[in-house]
Ligand binder design. Structure first.
Ligand SMILES: Nc1ncnc2c1ncn2[C@@H]1O[C@H](COP(=O)(O)OP(=O)(O)O)[C@@H](O)[C@H]1O
Ligand SMILES: [Mg+2]
Length: 368
């Protein structure tokens, strides 16, 4: 037994530990819970791609192929970091909530099964796919069609009404608190023990400007409070290139474990932040955002700009680093832009004007 397995069994003695190391036990388990038939044969077990938080396998049999995902009480990539195991419930419930929303079905894998007692979920295999993290490379651009898909999905998601979600959606508070720490607090601690020069020489000194900017820190803190609060829009919660897949059947959205009922401005701020870090042309971003149809319905541009800036700042000076293809000067420029976006949101012109026809006539006002 590996150390991880022992740790898991000590905490959850009645739960199955998902691993590719014991294919016979896995086959037995899948038959017991009825996800495969008694006479079905497993022909392949493999890791379908790079993940962060969870343990994910592709299981192929003589009849079907599907993805099995288990959450554990830690971050799979960094097992020394604890993480709330209930996050798999959020993910399963997100897929379940959307299972009746026709126009979003094409963008997500179908939920095949969920066993809460084992913290295991099975979803449709979207086939060999790669996520969108290569768009951070200067030589790779997101295509306008892909951006249309991404904005179209999130626009549709944000229009799902609470009435369509059959069960009350989990508040996901514990995972949000973990996330909030890494977005709104940790990056701004002068002595957090993370040497940014180990990422890129000179980054630590560059970051110091922001770690010592009291006005910025105060605004970031207030954004954190809003993030931790509630809203009435179902969010994907982690809408960045690692959650987007390029598949043979087009653009797909996965990994909604950070989903919660919150403010639409959060998903949109994160989306635009990553497009900026991927050096997407402003004109391409603008053209993509036209497909966001919810704008005007109580969309707070200042809040959007705040979340957008905060996400850029934390990805450059925080712990959750990305494979960014940016020189120190380029990071410096982006950090300046991001801090401005937080402190002086009017300079961030994305999502600013109502682009949908109907929203021009709406009487709803933005509020701070
Ligand atoms: N339904 C799916 N079909 C095909 N590949 C998938 C599917 N779900 C996940 N993958 C692959 O597995 C990787 C890890 O899955 P993900 O849900 O992102 O796990 P984590 O929560 O650990 O980040 C993804 O980046 C993707 O490459
Ligand atoms: Mg992932």
């Amino acid at each position: 037994m590996t150390e991880k397995q022992q740790r898991f069994h000590a905490a959850y003695p009645g739960s199955f530990f998902l691993t590719s190391e014991e294919p016979e036990l896995l086959g037995e388990f899948l038959k017991n819970i009825g996800w495969i038939s008694p006479d079905e044969t497993i022909t392949l077990i493999e890791k379908p791609g790079e993940g962060n938080m969870n343990y994910v396998l592709r299981v192929r049999t003589d009849r079907q192929s599907f993805i099995v995902k288990q959450s554990r009480p830690w971050v799979e990539k960094y097992p020394q970091l604890d993480a709330p195991i209930e996050r798999i419930v959020v993910e399963a419930q997100f897929y379940d909530a959307l299972s009746e929303v026709g126009e979003l079905q094409d963008f997500i894998p179908a939920l095949k099964g969920f066993r809460a007692e084992h913290f295991i979920m099975a979803v449709e295999d979207l086939g060999k796919a790669s996520d969108f993290t290569n768009i951070y490379n200067k030589s790779v651009q997101i295509s306008p069609t892909e951006l249309t898909d991404l904005v179209g999905f999130i626009s549709g998601l944000h229009q799902v009404s609470a009435a369509e979600i059959r069960e009350p959606f989990p508040d996901n508070q514990e995972l949000k608190e973990l996330n909030a720490e890494h977005i709104f607090n940790y990056p701004y601690l002068e002595d957090n023990g993370f040497d940014l020069d180990s990422v890129q020489a000179g980054l630590q000194a560059l970051a110091m400007t922001y770690k010592q900017d009291e006005a910025l820190k105060k605004k970031i803190k207030s954004l954190g409070k809003i993030y931790l609060g509630k809203g009435d829009t179902l969010l994907q919660g982690d809408y960045y290139p690692g959650s987007w897949l390029r598949t043979a059947a087009g653009t797909k959205i996965i990994d909604p474990e950070f989903a919660y009922l919150g403010r639409a401005e959060f998903d949109m701020g994160v989306l635009v932040a990553h497009l900026k870090m991927a050096q997407t042309d402003d004109a391409v971003i603008e053209a993509g955002l036209i497909h966001y149809k919810r704008i005007g319905q109580n969309f707070d541009h200042g809040l959007f700009a705040g979340f957008c800036g905060a996400e850029i700042l934390r990805r450059i000076i925080g712990l959750a680093q990305l494979p960014l293809d940016l020189s120190l000067e380029e990071k410096g420029y982006l950090l300046t832009w991001a801090a401005e976006s937080v402190l002086n949101p009017q300079m961030n012109t994305f999502m600013k004007t109502d682009t949908s026809d109907i929203s021009r006539s709406t009487t709803l006002r933005n509020h701070d």
